[in-house]
Design a protein around this ligand. Structure first.
Ligand code: ZN
Length: 71
């Protein structure tokens, strides 16, 4: 009996769009947690945001746990 063997090989590429989007989300999160000193809220709140530091206070423990110095 004769039979033929069929082999299918696929080369899959990583979804570059998803990787790019996740990199943007990661960079934004890193900025919020590690570097924001009122910059984000100053867009709508003005110079007052640099004194209130809402985002800094909200992410303060996470900031220290991640090793970012702030005080
Ligand atoms: Zn601190």
């Amino acid at each position: 009996m004769r039979y033929t063997e069929q082999v299918t090989s696929t080369v899959s590429k990583p979804p570059m769009l998803a990787i790019a989007l996740l990199a943007v989300v990661f960079a934004f999160g890193l900025f919020i947690v590690g570097y924001d000193q009122g910059h984000l809220f100053s867009i709508v709140q003005g110079a007052e945001a640099y004194e209130e530091l809402y985002m800094h206070e909200m992410t303060h423990d996470m900031r220290h746990a991640a090793g970012f110095p702030c005080h």
